[in-house]
Design a protein around this ligand. Structure first.
Ligand SMILES: C[S@@+](CC[C@H](N)C(=O)[O-])C[C@H]1O[C@@H](n2cnc3c(N)ncnc32)[C@H](O)[C@@H]1O
Length: 243
């Protein structure tokens, strides 16, 4: 796999199901339903909302097909979602403008089925801007109150540079939620840039700029086809930007 993977049909299907699939599509068994709706859990459980100013501004780097941005729009006046994949941002924009999207999801072999994905009710699409761009370099405007980077760190060529960039994108007192399974792969990140061990190196790189508020596990399941699911256990850390 490489960055090009995120432009493919199978990747689009995996992330549409993860972000917008009803729990029964995301996971075959009721026993696993606590693992459903990862992008929703990031937003609902990931931030200390009571400590934020009213009408905060939010930025998500690596937003994929955009579910967390829709969830952020319930409570934020302005949300920017940035992703390098044109296919993902095109899907997010269709959900934003039309409210639904049909896409093929894998069944078995080359068999697929068209499923309908819908924008969740009660969100504020007019507050969101979805942009195609590189999280390491794209212009991101003024520092924000909330920054989310879910499972992006081990997909960029220079993760330390991404963390330095994140520190500049949050205003003092603002919150930064980082999640990562630390799946270091040379296809995405040259070996000398791997942060090993991830948990310790991330903390060392963020501590000059942020105070750690919380560290926990935020699991998710990616559906590849009806009989194959990837269970991931990203580490989540919530940080507050120092004054
Ligand atoms: C593992 S997926 C995670 C997606 C989403 N945050 C989630 O947790 O469901 C990584 C995402 O990062 C995006 N991505 C990879 N490199 C990027 C970069 N340099 N800048 C912005 N997005 C990038 C991919 O297109 C993909 O959407």
């Amino acid at each position: 796999m490489s960055v090009a993977f995120y432009e493919t049909g199978p990747a689009l299907a995996q992330y549409l199901v993860l972000h917008y699939g009803p729990p029964g599509w995301q996971l075959p068994s009721e026993a696993f339903q606590v693992l459903a709706d990862f992008p929703v859990r990031c937003v609902r459980e990931g931030f200390r909302w009571e400590e934020l100013p009213p009408d905060p501004h939010a930025l998500e780097l690596g937003c994929s097909v955009g579910r967390s941005c829709f969830e952020l729009s319930r409570r934020c006046r302005r949300v920017v979602g940035l992703d390098r994949s044109e296919a993902f941002i095109q899907a997010a924009r269709l959900l934003q403008t039309d409210g639904f999207l049909r896409s093929a999801v894998p069944l078995e072999g080359d068999r697929t089925e068209e499923w309908l994905f819908s924008r969740p009710p009660g969100v504020r699409p007019e507050r969101i801007a979805f942009e195609v761009g590189d999280a390491l370099s794209a212009p991101c405007g003024d520092p924000v109150d909330l920054l989310l980077a879910a499972n992006l760190l081990d997909r960029v060529p220079d993760p330390a540079a991404l963390l330095r960039r994140c520190s500049s994108l949050v205003r003092p007192g603002g919150q930064f939620l980082l999640t990562s399974p630390f799946t270091w792969l040379p296809e995405y990140t040259p070996r000398p840039h791997w942060l090993l061990p991830g948990s310790e190196r991330v903390a060392a790189l963020l501590e000059p700029y942020f105070t750690l508020l919380r560290r926990w596990d935020l699991p998710l399941v990616l559906r590849e086809h009806p009989r194959k699911f990837q269970w991931c256990l990203p580490e989540a850390t919530l940080w507050r930007k120092k004054a």
